[in-house]
Unconditional design. Structure first.
Length: 449
């Protein structure tokens, strides 16, 4: 491969010595969107000394996520997240990853996750009891609390509010630190500062809580007949090597991954969907009519969801506009070719859902919230992978069905009981960190129905 001055890169913004760092840091969504619109399909820019390749075409996305998968690893943010998530499914690579995915996949099969529906209904019911007619709630904070409790219960199989709160607070501290100080967080953490000591304490707390749960489950003689995620992992066996079991450390990493990947993203999806519904009363009313007709005020069962097509359309339109995972990134482990260009080992390929989901080539009038984009005909008319909220290929989200089921159940229960309207006319901007959180509280007024 040719050295940089002789290499032909895809087109991209003019580089300064610092590359595009100030613009990227200040407004990553705006910078990536304007770069992709100006240099469509494949653009090149630099952040300091790192080369970045911005993919904004479904065709090239497919090439990275399917054809090139054996030659690429996860991007820098997720590699850093290994400090927290260890070698769990989201962050592990190669043969070890493949073995773990095979072991864990049965816990996410449609048939199995149906067992989770009752917990989702139960916890939503309990959570809603605390709501009062006419009250204004921050729907993001509410949904974070609810999905945390649901995820904790699915993971450990019992009421673990306290432990879930502990895990969630410690994870939040660790993720916030990483986001704030990236790419220097590893260095800062090693310095003898009060900040780094606080972080070490957060990690120790997190480990202690999860190891305690694992020890309790190992000691439980009835664990084999339980359906929670931890029990499934404890009893997962590799068909080719039935004696191989997951170590406590591996169980910890997978539990942490399930907890973080499971509740943070779903809470964002629910918060953004509530925000959009509050601002589009006509969509909200149509959805409420569908729910009334099919559920008649009762709680949804997993089998009911197939009879709620408009609910699914609304959810997908919200995932398009506000994808909880707003970008995925990959690092080539060797020199590769992409779109006719040479991409060097160690550079970063960045594929933002935010950018492709708002590309007028695939979604005309892209800023408009319009669930009609998700009729079977409209879906079929678009290029495959123009929507990739759950990614695609080998490493696509293992929890996608579960996320859709949980979001559908929570929304169906909330909207049957409450009308949602905006408590102010403030537009809530997204904050593109590890996930796409709302930058400000999402204030919604609850009207009893
Ligand atoms: C709306 C909710 C969700 C969204 C938008 C979402 C999105 C994604 C995306 C885009 C990826 C690919 C990341 C990458 O390759 O860099 C991913 C991977 C993953 N997700 Fe989700 N996710 C959601 C919910 C969940 C839930 C509920 C769970 C589990 C309880 C989960 C567990 C995982 C795991 C373990 C991976 C790694 C899979 C692998 O590499 O094999 N996710 N998710």
């Amino acid at each position: 491969m040719l050295p940089w001055p002789l290499r032909r890169d895809p087109p991209g913004p003019i580089m300064t010595l610092w590359g595009s760092i100030p613009r990227f840091r200040h407004d990553p969504l705006g910078f990536l969107t304007s770069t992709a619109r100006r240099y469509p399909d494949l653009a090149h820019f630099r952040l300091g000394l790192t080369d970045l390749y911005l993919v904004s075409s479904p065709h090239l996305l497919k090439e990275v996520l399917f054809t090139l998968t054996p030659k690429v690893h996860k991007g820098p943010l997720l590699q850093r997240a290994k400090r927290i998530l260890g070698n769990g499914l989201l962050t592990s690579e190669d043969a070890f990853y493949l073995r773990q995915r095979k072991l864990i996949a049965p816990a996410f099969h449609r048939e199995h996750i149906r067992n989770y529906a009752a917990t989702m209904v139960e916890e939503t019911e309990v959570h809603q009891r605390g709501w009062k007619a006419g009250a204004v709630v921050d729907v993001h904070a509410e949904m974070q609390q609810l999905t945390m409790v649901i995820t904790g219960k699915l993971l450990f199989g019992s009421e673990v509010r306290e432990e879930s709160g502990e895990i969630s607070a410690a994870l939040n501290d660790l993720v916030a630190f990483d986001e704030k100080y990236f790419p220097w967080s590893a260095l800062i953490e090693r310095l003898p500062l009060p900040l780094s000591r606080r972080l070490q304490r957060a990690r120790a707390r997190l480990d202690a809580t999860v190891y305690k749960m694992i020890a309790a489950r190992r000691a439980d003689p009835g664990a084999a007949s339980r359906h929670d995620f931890l029990s499934m992992l404890l009893h997962a066996r590799d068909a080719e090597d039935p004696s191989a079991r997951m170590s406590d450390e591996q169980l910890r990493d997978e539990c942490m991954t399930f907890f973080l990947a499971g509740h943070e993203t779903t809470a964002n999806a629910l918060a953004w969907t509530s925000y959009l519904l509050a601002r589009h009363p006509e969509v909200q009313q149509r959805l409420q009519a569908e729910l009334a007709q099919n559920l008649a005020g009762g709680p949804p069962h997993a089998a009911d969801l197939a009879r709620l097509p408009y609910l699914e359309m609304v959810l997908y339109e919200s995932l398009r506009l506000y994808p909880p995972v707003w970008t995925i990134a990959r690092r080539p482990q060797e020199d590769i070719k992409l779109g006719g260009f040479e991409v060097r080992k160690g550079s970063v390929i960045i594929m933002p859902q935010w950018v492709m989901h708002r590309d007028p080539r695939f979604f005309p009038d892209p800023e408009r919230f319009d669930p009609e984009r998700w009729t079977p005909e409209a879906r079929a008319a678009r290029p495959k992978h123009s929507f990739f909220g759950f990614s695609a290929g080998l490493r696509q989200c293992i929890g996608a069905d579960m996320a859709i089921m949980e979001s559908s159940i929570v929304l169906a229960m909330v909207l049957q009981r409450w009308g949602l309207s905006p408590a102010d006319d403030r537009t809530v901007a997204p904050n593109a960190t590890l996930t796409l959180r709302p930058k400000h509280p999402v204030k919604v007024r609850l009207q009893a129905r």
